[in-house]
Design a protein around this ligand. Structure first.
Ligand code: HPA
Length: 283
């Protein structure tokens, strides 16, 4: 079977289930919470909780610290469907698996994707604890969720990835950060499949291409969102300096310690910032 051949039917089943759970309410925004950022879901008012496991054809999150459920409710006057935990290619999921919740959120009514993650910095101006608003991306995962059978019910096969990250949303994010006194700047994000961290030579190459940050998520979600015409905002919390640029080589233990440390210094700021941005986003 070609990749995506049964996508339309699978989406229908997921949408039907989600509609039942939401009881007629529609999301305005799909908010994806990355590593170390799952606590932001606590900002949701009147939450409806939907475990990933219960949604037909949706994969479960296997990453520690990713809760693996939707939290639907209100933030900043908007209906937000929060993914408390995300799906990654490095867990063994296909690009289509990763894109699946983006596609069905759009069918449920979401006009925008706000995707967040933890990322490594390749530039001096971005230190652990800082925020980077994604201005553009380099998809270096080697994968694309739209590759496969043509599925007109979902969207076109060929579409532009110019201006993938909405200029108005980016300006809003930077101005909300400035108002809150939180350091944020724009940068190009480079997405990889992982799960091994990069070599220093790779990081030097990526930096020379103009990328500021690197991590193992986001690109496939954003491609899926653009295919269906959702406007996108992406924001990374810098968790570490990328390979070869930090004080020690990255491994699972020190990466998680670094995430926890960054969370302690920036966790509250992240919640304030995301809430403020959502309240100010003009859809
Ligand atoms: N490399 C890849 N993925 C990451 C990093 C990194 O340095 N930091 C957070 N996610």
């Amino acid at each position: 079977m070609l990749q995506n051949e049964d996508l339309a039917q699978k989406l229908e089943a997921a949408i039907e289930y989600m509609r039942e759970c939401l009881g007629g309410q529609k999301p305005d925004i799909l908010l994806v919470l990355g590593s170390g950022l799952n606590h932001i879901a606590e900002a949701v008012n009147n939450p409806v909780l939907i475990p990933f496991n219960d949604v037909p054809h949706l994969c479960e999150s296997t990453v520690e610290g990713h809760v693996g459920r939707f939290v639907f409710g209100e933030i900043g006057g908007k209906n937000v469907l929060v993914m408390q935990g995300r799906l990654h290619g490095y867990e063994g999921y296909t690009a289509q698996d990763v894109a699946f919740p983006v596609w069905f959120s759009h069918k449920l009514g979401a006009k925008a994707l706000f995707t967040t993650n933890a990322a490594g910095s390749m530039v001096e101006g971005l230190a652990p604890g800082d925020f980077c608003v994604i201005s553009d991306h380099i998809n270096f995962t080697g994968r694309n969720p739209v590759a496969g059978a043509k599925v007109p019910e979902v969207g076109p096969r060929f579409f532009s990835m110019e201006d993938a990250y909405d200029a108005h949303f980016r300006a809003t994010a930077l101005s909300v950060a400035a108002d809150l006194g939180i350091h944020a700047q724009e940068g190009v994000y480079l997405g990889l499949l992982g799960p091994s961290f990069e070599t220093p030579a790779e990081i030097r190459a990526f930096a020379s291409w103009g990328a500021a940050t690197v991590a193992m998520s986001v690109c496939e979600e954003v491609i899926a969102a653009r295919q269906v015409g959702m406007r996108v905002l992406g924001m990374s919390l810098i968790s570490n300096y990328a390979a070869g640029l930090g004080p020690e080589s990255l491994n699972e233990t020190n990466f998680e310690q670094e995430l926890a440390r960054v969370f302690t210094i920036a966790g509250e700021k992240a919640t304030l910032l995301v809430k403020g941005i959502i309240a100010s986003m003009e859809l």
